[in-house]
Design a protein around this ligand. Structure first.
Ligand code: ZN
Length: 401
């Protein structure tokens, strides 16, 4: 895998076992093609590991309370809980349709609040977190919001490797609050937000009522379900900073161990639409559920994603989908016979491509070559070969024909 923290290829598997944590969605615009591409990328990794005999444990989260969800619910006049529940269900349906294997542990932010409260209390006691008084909290203002003190972490910044200005800009753009008065450092991230008027809040023990920050949510869920360090910490490339950097910093603070982050930080590229960034504000989100409702075969969507290397940024378009649908049709035709070209070399080529930093396009090319040979009928058919290829496509690529 390419570890984006070091820019080098690493093998994060140790002693035949691997843990994978993939940051899940905030449920308000599920499931656009970017979500789907990230999920498929890490599903492919899990499949390649399992095929190689690696014992895989996979955890993920759903950020079922956070500012973007509350803002969307308020803007559209729906209850935030109803919006979250509807979008979480839609996401699960889309993932099942795309043959994404579910996590072994799948937790929400809300159900993780007791564990987050304990973690934040531990950081306050250790001096790696501090309180910032709040003027607008509903009660006991002196308890304050709680922030992590990044100055206590020598390794902060090692994963994303950005300069100070870049970190400040990304923090402001991606949910941070570098301008908040009273913080020790502008990048210090929120761990616990005290209750405000009109916002949901939960019992926070000695922290006072409130709700968790985003980065501590993932740190706590990952540590609690997978331990440390993670073999792979994954997500879209827009999570590299601040989210993954902060989550790893929190994990170090909680374990007291400098090696509690991830052996490999792995980031999937962004998916645009016809040359533009896909975003709700531009009104150009392509949703998996919309495509499915229009009769698009989910396996064509999966093949369209797999036609791009997971690390690359790419654009969804009608042409990308048409190419995938044509490929799906060719593969189905080639697999429909009782006999076909021998499967061994094709399987070896698919496995080699996946072992080479998940080179899915090369894996598809190997299957294309087999399908072309099968359709040409130029080689003596081997009975049962199409079945072998079909089962391998299902297991290795998650493409069920
Ligand atoms: Zn996360």
């Amino acid at each position: 895998m390419l570890d984006t923290a070091t820019g080098t290829l690493v093998d994060p598997v140790q002693d035949g076992a691997a843990t994978l944590y993939v940051c899940g969605i905030t449920p308000y615009d599920a499931t656009h093609l970017g979500h789907a591409a990230t999920a498929v990328a890490f599903d492919l990794l899990g499949r390649a590991w399992r095929d190689a005999g690696v014992a895989v444990r996979f955890a993920s989260n759903v950020t079922d309370v956070d500012d973007p969800l509350l803002e969307r619910a308020a803007a559209t006049g729906v209850d935030w809980r109803a919006l979250a529940a509807e979008q979480i269900a839609l996401y699960a349906e889309d993932m099942a349709a795309l043959q994404v294997i579910p996590p072994d542990a799948y937790l929400g932010a809300v159900e993780s609040i007791p564990a987050v409260v304990s973690a934040v209390e531990q950081m306050l006691a250790a001096g790696t977190a501090y309180r910032v008084p709040t003027a607008d909290a509903l009660s006991a203002a002196e308890l304050g919001d709680v922030y992590a003190d990044l100055a206590a972490d020598d390794q902060f910044g090692e994963a994303a490797r950005l300069d100070g200005d870049e970190m400040l800009a990304l923090s402001a753009e991606r949910g941070g609050d570098p301008g908040r008065p009273g913080k020790k450092g502008p990048l210090d991230p929120l761990l616990w937000r005290r209750e405000r008027a009109g916002e949901p809040a939960w019992d926070g023990g000695s922290l006072g009522r409130g709700r968790p920050g985003w980065h501590i949510e993932c740190a706590v869920i990952a540590l609690g379900n997978l331990g440390a360090p993670l073999s792979v910490l994954g997500g879209g490339s827009d999570l590299a900073f601040p989210h993954h950097e902060m989550s790893c910093s929190h994990a170090r603070a909680l374990t007291g161990s400098p090696s509690s982050g991830a052996r490999a930080h792995v980031h999937a590229g962004m998916v645009g639409l016809d040359g533009e960034k896909m975003s709700k504000s531009r009104g150009n989100l392509v949703l998996v559920s919309t495509l499915r409702a229009a009769g698009v075969d989910p396996m064509a969507i999966r093949l369209a994603i797999l036609a791009h290397h997971y690390r690359d940024d790419w654009d969804w378009s009608d042409e990308v989908l048409a190419t995938a649908e044509a490929r799906l049709g060719r593969w189905r035709a080639a697999l429909s016979g009782v006999g076909g070209p021998a499967a061994d070399e094709t399987l070896a080529a698919v496995r080699a491509a996946l072992a080479d930093d998940l080179d899915a396009p090369a894996a598809l090319a190997a299957v294309d070559a087999w399908a072309d040979a099968a359709l040409a009928g130029a080689v003596a058919p081997v009975e049962g070969a199409p079945g072998v290829v079909a089962r391998a496509l299902d297991a290795l690529l998650g493409v069920r024909l």
